[in-house]
Design a binder for this molecule. Structure first.
Ligand code: SER
Length: 887
């Protein structure tokens, strides 16, 4: 059975049983506690927690998931992957254990045709009810096992819903190992489906133990997850995920690149599987907007890429690997996951750039490693220190496995314990930094959840109006609910109805004021979303006292809102123009839509030229000045997509979406506020373009009134410059150019004069030559020269002494400072005389040290008054050196 048929069989089965089909959320979740989507239930978490009412009682999905905690297992077992597709059915307060178990059994035996005799089930310790359900349906008690918390109690790994589960296993047969059921052998008995009975909620923990269970969930339910890959392994009768139709074409590509056949030796088999599996994960991550970096999800991606390249090298693939393997993923899985095809160009560019930069890292690391290995050999320690291995890993991104290999080849051990300790300490530091932030955020989240569960979603009226009658539903201080707040207090405010737009889609939150019926006046300084659909206002009490329960009048700062709206509409037009000018890959990757200015990040691989920027600015303004109508409409997600609406990278949208059209050239899914007609934006002035990360560029611009003000600032600057130059602004450039030419000529003249002055000085000094045993000595004091000129002079004079047997010592002062320079002739140099030795003692006399090497040395010190003494000392030293040479 082809994977596409496995998916559709699943979806058809459950949509036929009244389940709402919900599309996969992006891999980048809309949940601050999660780095990457790791289960089908992620996007439904607010329903179980009662934060948002579930819009349907049953759902079914195929969810893109990433789990990298057991990355080391990937390639070593037949079933681990960093990326997988999870088939899941869900109930929110609807059916529970008996129906779930019945559905699962019916689908695997009838829908997928698995042999009922090979099915096993596990249940949580005392879950007798599940045992009865399985038995009733046809699995005998001999094939049902009870397991503990490790296996049969499912949690997200972060605060959230959890509950006992029951798992369905398939016996792959004796060729996969010993019998005894899943409790003894999980390679032979392969878990295929996890049925979770969502019952409890976990809260924030102390970071040491598990997140504690807080109590029963407001909305109990069912969350199941079946691994598409594992089912494909069974139904396609193959040994390994990489041989299923999901990955086989990619495995094939790897074999071609490596010019050898899978599986090969044990180690080769692992490498084949790592490259194949990771290629798919990286393609999906990039398609959802993750770019390689050194932290968070970007780091996960980078690690996958580097691990793949490393295993590619182990297979003998030295040339580019990633573009070809991700290309095959796109070709193979693009029909099922259109985002892969849409982002094919981006995926290619990103993996190519990262592979090249990793190549450089490897070369640089290899050099450092060679040096370290040589040092260790010289010092005969027999060990490469843990510090070296750690530095290579941490600073240069050089994989420790490669360090181990190279050390091994050189017959050295690596202090792995020390390395592990350093790594653990660093991870601890990284973790504790993150923990405190998350802890504070989680405390606030709990308060929001409580308020939202009590009062429901915020009634947002700000698309139509800037003022509203409202009620203060809650006051929060540092995440704690309080009853009242007096003058000067900074609080968070939850309102029943609000005209304030909450920060989102790049657009800043609204500001304004609130007056309570009791006469308190509050300044609203920001508005954000505490939970989806739940606005939280940051406020300062200007006068009076505000109490929970007060009725109030809310008013948005309309001037600011209008300026923000201008920036938002300008951003949409800019997005359209950037894509039109640079290509479809240049998708938005974050933005800031602010009062009078905007920042727009997008994917592109090189800097934009002045000409390109001018062209973009020109087109944006051209579109806006034609005064296109801005139209807002609502539709189903699918309908919007058919209509060609641009969805932003990795953003999660509801099934009902809001669409903003500007004329006929921009159509985006957007929840923001906009102008009504294009010309209301006024001017858009691009002020800069820069790089904000690998393959990410940023355009910054002013809009509306700010655009005008910024032009005025520049005009003022130009006037000032013109005034200084004594010209009219339009002649300023010509005038400045003339002056620069003049200056360059004058500088040339000065240098020429200076040169002849120095030559004259050199001639005078050469006359002072005294012949001593062993050579010729010239010492003297010169005035009005820089340190560099002093050295140059010493060296010129030394070259003039015939036969290369001169020693020249010159000194000068500059304020309190004394400087010395010594030069030795070519012949003396050849016989080993060091200029520095001439100055060693003299330097001490002026209170400094001597530096320099070979033919030329210098010294500087704070005692200008000692220069004459120092010259005498240097002269004596030079005479001594020459005398010894003579003997
Ligand atoms: N949430 C459960 C899992 O991820 C079932 O979907 O295994």
């Amino acid at each position: 059975m082809h994977s596409q048929q496995i998916r559709s069989t699943f979806l058809d089965f459950f949509t036929g049983r009244d389940h709402q089909l919900v599309r996969s959320s992006p891999l980048v979740p809309d949940d601050p506690t999660l780095l990457l989507a790791n289960a089908g239930m992620n996007q439904f978490k607010p329903y179980y927690l009662g934060e948002t009412p579930a819009p349907f009682p049953r759902a079914v999905s195929v969810q893109k998931c990433a789990r990298t905690s057991d990355i080391e297992n990937v390639g070593r077992t037949s079933r681990h992957g960093t990326f997988f597709e999870m088939l899941g059915n869900f109930s929110f307060g609807d059916y529970f254990k008996a129906d779930t178990i019945a559905y699962a059994y019916e689908l695997v035996t009838k829908g997928y045709g698995l042999d009922p005799e090979r099915l096993w089930a596990t249940v949580y310790l005392d879950d007798d009810e599940s045992i009865r359900c399985w038995e009733r349906i046809g699995i005998p008690s001999s094939r049902i096992q009870r397991l503990g918390k490790e296996d049969n109690f499912w949690s997200m790994g972060v605060p959230g819903p959890c509950g006992p589960n029951s798992e369905l296993y398939y016996d792959r047969g004796p060729e996969f190992g010993a019998e005894g059921g899943p409790a003894v052998n999980d390679e032979r008995y392969m878990e295929i489906w996890n049925l979770v009975f969502m019952q409890f909620g976990r809260g924030e923990g102390d970071g040491k133990t598990d997140y504690p269970i807080l109590g029963e969930l407001p909305m109990k339910g069912i969350d199941t997850g079946m691994g598409l890959e594992r089912l494909a392994v069974i139904l396609q009768g193959v040994d390994n995920v990489c041989q299923t139709d999901l990955l086989a074409p990619t495995l094939h590509t790897v074999q071609e690149l490596a010019s050898r056949a899978y599986p090969g030796s044990g180690a080769e088999k692992v490498s084949f599987q790592v490259v194949t599996e990771h290629a798919r994960a990286m393609a999906f991550l990039i398609a959802d907007g993750v770019l390689p970096s050194n932290e968070g999800r970007g780091y996960i991606l980078r690690r996958l890429m580097r691990r793949a390249v490393r295993h590619g090298r182990l297979l003998g693939i030295d040339g580019p690997l990633l573009p070809a393997v991700t290309g095959s993923v796109v070709a193979n899985l693009g029909p099922a996951w259109p985002e892969l095809t849409e982002q094919a160009g981006l995926i290619e560019q990103v993996v190519r750039a990262e592979e090249e930069s990793f190549g450089r890292t490897l070369r640089q690391g290899a050099k450092l490693l060679d040096a370290a290995v040589r040092r260790a050999e010289e010092e005969k320690t027999g060990t490469l220190s843990g510090e070296t291995a750690f530095e290579l890993h941490d600073t240069f991104g050089f994989p420790v496995e490669l360090t181990l290999e190279a050390a091994h080849d050189a017959g050295l051990a690596v202090d792995e314990d020390r390395f592990a300790a350093l790594l653990a300490a660093q991870q601890q530091r990284a973790k504790s930094g993150g923990k405190t932030r998350t802890a504070a955020a989680l405390r606030r989240m709990d308060a929001y959840r409580e308020l939202s569960a009590r009062h429901g979603r915020t009634d947002f009226v700000g698309y139509e109006r800037l003022t509203a009658e409202t009620t203060v539903l809650g006051l929060l201080d540092g995440g704690q609910q309080i009853e009242a707040a007096g003058e000067g207090a900074e609080v968070e405010l939850v309102l029943g109805r609000t005209p304030f737009y909450a920060e989102g889609g790049g657009q800043v939150g609204d500001t304004g004021s609130l007056r309570t019926a009791g006469g308190a006046v509050l300044e609203i300084t920001d508005t954000r979303r505490g939970l989806p659909g739940f606005h939280v206002h940051t406020a300062r009490v200007v006068s009076g006292e505000v109490r929970a329960g007060d009725t109030a009048q809310a008013e948005v700062d309309g001037v600011r809102r209008a300026a923000v709206a201008r920036s938002h509409s300008a951003t949409h037009v800019l997005h359209a123009v950037v894509r039109e000018q640079l290509g479809r890959h240049a998708a938005q990757h974050g933005s800031l839509v602010d009062d009078g200015r905007l920042r727009f990040d997008f994917v592109h691989f090189s800097a934009l030229s002045e000409g390109q920027l001018e062209e973009i600015e020109e087109r944006v303004n051209g579109h806006l000045l034609a005064d296109p109508e801005v139209r807002v409409w609502h539709a189903d997600r699918a309908e919007a997509e058919r209509a060609g609406a641009l969805a932003l990278f990795g953003e999660k949208y509801e099934e009902k979406v809001r669409i903003v059209d500007i004329g006929d050239f921009s159509r985006e899914l957007c929840g923001g506020t906009h102008v009504v007609h294009g010309s209301q934006v006024g001017a858009v002035r691009i002020t800069g373009e820069s790089s904000v990360g690998a393959n990410l560029r940023r355009i910054e611009a002013y809009t509306g009134r700010e655009a005008l003000l910024s032009a005025n600032r520049e005009r003022r600057l130009l006037r000032e410059l013109a005034c200084l130059l004594g010209s009219r602004p339009e002649d300023a450039v010509g005038s400045l150019r003339k002056r620069l030419d003049l200056l360059a000529r004058a500088q040339g003249e000065v240098e020429r004069l200076r040169g002849s002055e120095l030559a004259a000085k050199a001639a005078t000094l050469a006359e002072k030559a005294e012949v001593v045993p062993g050579g010729v000595l010239i010492t003297g004091r010169v005035e009005d020269v820089t340190a560099q000129e002093l050295r140059q002079l010493a060296s010129t004079v030394a070259q003039r002494v015939a036969g290369g047997v001169g020693v020249v010592v010159l000194g000068t002062t500059d304020g309190d400072k004394a400087m010395l320079a010594a030069a030795v002739g070519g012949l003396l140099r050849d016989s080993g005389v060091e200029a520095q030795h001439v100055l060693t003692e003299a330097a001490a006399v002026i209170g400094g040290g001597a530096g320099g090497k070979g033919a030329l040395a210098n010294a500087g010190g704070r005692h200008a008054g000692k220069l004459a003494d120092a010259l005498l000392v240097a002269r004596a030293a030079a005479a001594g050196i020459l005398g010894r040479r003579f003997q």
